[in-house]
Design a protein around this ligand. Structure first.
Ligand code: BT5
Length: 257
């Protein structure tokens, strides 16, 4: 199971629930009265969400649902950069266990062509106008293929599927949260962002590829991915116009057919 025993030298209040609708909701409810960074975790979510309100599967005891509430977050820090820093930090924590871990911009962690984790950062304001961030992370731990709904069975995976040996999950989660809080602190202090972006570049599954970019309701277009930009966006070249630009919110499909 994912009974978590966190290292005593590391103090971050953690509220752990057996089951909840969404840890993001727990964090949002707490945002008005909680003053310090707090982690909300659950063994299972009834209504986990991804971007654009897409459902996120978090079956009982098989996955980690984590929402970090970060109060008093500077308003001018770009949310897409926070996504990248989070992805880089998760990569650092998971790398010792996985040979071929990659990042699919903007927020997917992929192992063996299967999505094992998703990231959802939300900037919001409390009742007094102070801005906060909720950093939602869903990590698949113990699922087997048949634990995923049919439509995800060719693209979702878990640590268990990717690693092939027993993991000390308590140790992993403690490390993961510790790395993450450190990364976020560095981001908040405006240090070290470029070091994390270097990891995003190194682990990028998109750089150098010709892919399809979906932006809102606009028709998909073919672009070549050039780089992860220093603001966390995706630097691409439009294959039709030849023009270079930085995408900030877009869905990327690696399949170009
Ligand atoms: C994400 O969205 O990848 C962000 C997921 C964030 C989930 C965390 S869990 C803690 C916190 N509480 C919440 O309620 N949410 C956050 P997106 O890129 O939109 O990907 C969603 C898509 O991934 C879905 O439409 C499915 O296709 C697929 N998917 C759903 N569940 C999955 C899973 N467990 N593993 C892999 N893929 C999944």
């Amino acid at each position: 199971g994912i009974e978590a025993h966190f290292s005593p030298d590391f103090s971050l209040p953690i509220q752990l629930e057996e089951v909840t609708d969404s840890t993001n909701t727990l964090a949002r409810q707490a945002a008005n009265h909680v003053q310090e960074a707090t982690a909300f975790m659950a063994y299972s979510q009834r209504a986990g969400v991804g971007r654009l309100n897409r459902p996120w599967q978090s079956p009982m005891g098989k996955s980690l649902s984590l929402s970090l509430l970060l109060p008093d977050f500077p308003k001018d820090l770009p949310v897409y950069l926070l996504s990248q820093i989070t992805a880089a930090s998760l990569c650092q924590s998971l790398d010792p266990y996985l040979d071929n871990l990659g990042i699919k911009w903007p927020n997917d962690l992929i192992a063996n062509q299967r999505k094992i984790a998703g990231i959802l950062p939300i900037f919001d304001q409390d009742e007094t106008g102070r801005s906060y961030v909720i950093l939602g992370i869903g990590l698949n731990l113990f699922q087997d293929l048949e634990d995923f709904p049919k439509d995800l069975q060719d693209k979702a995976g878990s640590l268990k599927m990717a690693v092939g040996f027993e993991i000390d999950i308590d140790q992993l989660l403690a490390k993961l949260i510790e790395d993450l809080v450190r990364a976020i602190q560095a981001f908040k202090d405006r240090q070290d962002g470029q070091a994390f972006l270097a990891i995003c570049r190194e682990k990028s599954l998109l750089i150098g590829k010709e892919v399809l970019s979906y932006e809102g309701d606009k028709p998909a277009r073919q672009v070549k991915v050039l780089d992860i930009a220093s603001n966390g966006g995706l630097k691409v070249k439009d294959l039709k116009s030849g023009q270079e630009e930085v995408l900030l919110s877009s869905e990327i499909s690696i399949r170009t057919q």
